[in-house]
Design a protein around this ligand. Structure first.
Ligand SMILES: *Cc1c(COP(=O)(O)O)cnc(C)c1O
Length: 344
């Protein structure tokens, strides 16, 4: 997963939050502790059979110096869906939110001042030591955070490589939830994208291998027409597309900016032809970590093509600016997406 800006996926803040679940006790109250390694039984179920789900959300430094979480309820709800899919107990949304607030309150000083943010990583794994193939009877919830760098510089554009022979997700599978097992199987294709001089993999639908679904672990958008009459297009959610909070937010913001948000699948062939004809002017990927990243180049087995003029387009940059504006308190927040966290 590209993390955008100057990201340090291993520079963790001083604290973490932990809670445990057993059938007898349910969830314990999430507790704040110093960030430290955790004891682990060699037969822990999560390690062997992948009963592991996670989330990713951010806390931003606001214009007035305070810190606010961005749409944390959406992540809490999705965490519950992910857990249910892997036959894991739900962490109540209120415990999820309390954990996020406790960590941000304690470590808010680590949110960089220059438009930086804290990336929060909630994780739940089966911690029962037992090698029987059945859902575990003990679970651990952890929440940790690291600082990511300023995002107000230029958005770096990326090139993407189309994968035709592997699938990120399959119908009836787990592609629409954030379970740990979804990610390592994408790394081989990611390495191949790199060999082709590209930054991310484009995933096609796994049945017809015709429709464009996601880029790496990010949602994909396309722009038809110019800023005056732009249509901002993204495929509809299926069980092979992760319901991204950033995607949903950008569809709303596209309308606010006077663009037409369109939920419609786009084929690889359309992508190529419409870039050649000029009908498609921009493309971008998005997600919590990467925010909005312009996609300016596509590498396919039948040849490469450039999107628009090969540089980040105005609609992409306006959407990115609008999203960062709400997240950082620079723009109004009529939908109540930001959740202020008082310092501890
Ligand atoms: C997390 C994720 C996204 C982005 O979701 P956000 O809620 O916007 O961060 C997109 N695709 C996949 C596969 C993901 O795992």
């Amino acid at each position: 997963m590209g993390l955008g800006g100057t990201a340090y996926g291993n520079a963790f803040t001083p604290h973490m939050v932990t809670a445990r679940w057993t059938p007898e006790t349910g969830w314990t109250e999430p507790g704040l502790t110093p960030f430290a390694p955790i004891p682990m039984h060699p037969a822990m179920v999560g390690l062997h059979y992948g009963q592991v789900v996670f989330e990713g959300l951010k806390a931003h430094r606001m214009r007035d110096g305070s810190v606010a979480l961005f749409r944390p309820r959406e992540n809490a709800r999705r965490f519950g869906h992910s857990a249910a899919r892997l036959a894991m107990p739900a962490l109540p949304d209120d415990l999820f939110l309390a954990a996020a607030e406790a960590l941000v309150a304690a470590d808010g000083a680590h949110v960089p001042e220059d438009g930086g943010s804290l990336y929060l990583r909630p994780l739940m794994f089966a911690s029962e030591p037992d090698l029987m193939l059945r859902p575990a009877r003990e679970y651990t919830f952890l929440l940790m955070a690291f600082a990511t760098g300023g995002l107000f510089g230029d958005a770096d554009s990326i090139g993407v490589w189309v994968c035709h022979d592997q699938s990120r997700a399959v119908p009836g599978g787990t592609g629409a939830v954030k379970c740990a097992g979804n990610y390592a199987p994408t790394y081989q294709a990611q390495l191949r994208a790199r060999e082709h001089g590209c930054d991310q993999v484009v995933w096609l639908d796994p049945v017809e291998r015709r429709w464009v679904e996601e880029a790496g672990a990010m949602s994909l958008f396309f722009v038809r027409g110019g800023p005056g009459a732009a249509r901002v297009v993204t495929p509809g959610l299926t069980d092979t597309i992760l319901p991204s909070v950033t995607r949903a937010s950008l569809l709303d913001l596209a309308g606010d900016l006077g663009y037409e948000p369109v939920v419609e699948r786009v084929s690889l062939e359309q992508w190529r032809k419409e870039c050649a004809s000029g009908e498609m002017t921009e493309a971008f990927s998005c997600g919590t970590a990467a925010v909005v990243t312009p996609v300016t180049r596509v590498c396919d087995r039948d040849g490469d093509w450039v999107v628009g003029d090969g540089t980040p387009g105005p609609v992409t940059l306006a959407l990115r600016d609008a999203l960062l504006g709400v997240q950082t308190g620079r723009a109004p927040d009529p939908r109540g997406w930001t959740r202020p966290v008082p310092a501890a």
